[in-house]
Design a protein around this ligand. Structure first.
Ligand SMILES: Nc1ncnc2c1ncn2[C@@H]1O[C@H](COP(=O)(O)OP(=O)(O)OP(=O)(O)O)[C@@H](O)[C@H]1O
Length: 243
């Protein structure tokens, strides 16, 4: 369970998040849509402590990352964020490591399990994203869609309870988005808890259990895909979506 309460964030005088409140249940896939600059990425980055907020609370599986504007201690923050994986728009792979090296770096640094267990999981996860034959190549040899699938496999290496995606297909040529969305769809079917910031409206409609529409730092509207895409009451979303 993710609970976000009255989250506030400003960059200087610019108020980017204005008391944003929502919850995500275990196993739920939530898509976050909205115009450019509405605060979607800032909200997502706050959940994994890549941004520090100025007010409000973020409670992940009952543990407060930030409670009424006060951050938990370093160890608790590390414990909470280690349960979350993040996939970025620009993949953020390490160029000097092979695909396998990218997947295995974090688990090998943490040394929580044996080398052979780590190798076995990276092999499994590369098969899961359809890249079993790419283990030993460097990211520069891969297409954008392949890079993003490696990034998803890497995020899964630490067996996260929650996966966050920040516009995972926005940097891809249109013909490469399908292969990435297929992997995310499979994770949704497996009931991974996910928040996906996306501009892919058809994907949001097909895969999300719930859609949050952000506008000017606020949650303007939220609901099931049927409500968002079908209801005449959701006028702001419908106008944004040009429905
Ligand atoms: N580090 C920063 N310093 C100053 N302003 C920032 C910073 N990061 C984001 N902003 C500003 O905060 C606002 C919200 O940005 P954010 O990236 O969260 O929006 P977004 O909804 O994800 O937009 P997009 O769909 O274009 O990615 C924007 O006006 C942006 O310029």
């Amino acid at each position: 369970m993710i609970e976000v309460k009255e989250l506030q964030k400003s960059f200087g005088k610019l108020e980017v998040l204005k008391k944003v409140t929502f919850t995500v249940d275990p196993g739920e896939t939530v898509a976050v849509i909205g115009p450019s600059g509405s605060g979607k990425s800032t909200m997502l980055r706050s959940l994994v402590h890549l941004e520090e907020v100025n007010g409000g609370s973020i409670i992940i599986q009952g543990q407060a990352l930030v409670d009424n504007g006060s951050y938990a201690g370093h160890a608790q923050i590390k414990g909470i964020t280690s349960k979350m994986g993040m996939v970025f728009q620009h993949f953020n792979l390490f160029p000097h490591l092979t695909v396998r090296g990218n997947l295995e770096l974090a688990p090998r640094t943490l040394k929580r399990e044996s080398s052979s267990e780590i190798t076995a999981r990276s092999k499994d996860l590369l098969s899961k994203v359809g890249l079993a034959d790419k283990a030993d190549v460097y990211p520069s040899m891969l297409s954008g869609g392949q890079k993003q699938r490696v990034a998803i496999a890497r995020a899964l290496m630490l067996s996260p309870d929650i996966l966050l995606f920040d516009e995972p297909t926005s940097a891809l040529d249109p013909e490469l988005t399908g292969e990435v969305l297929r992997v995310i769809r499979q994770l949704a079917e497996e009931k991974m808890t996910m928040i996906i910031v996306t501009h892919e409206m058809n994907f949001a409609r097909d895969v999300a259990d719930r859609i949050i529409f952000m506008d000017k730092g606020e949650i303007a509207e939220s609901g099931t895909p049927e409500q968002i895409f079908g209801s005449p009451r959701l006028a702001r979303t419908r106008s944004f979506l040009k429905l």
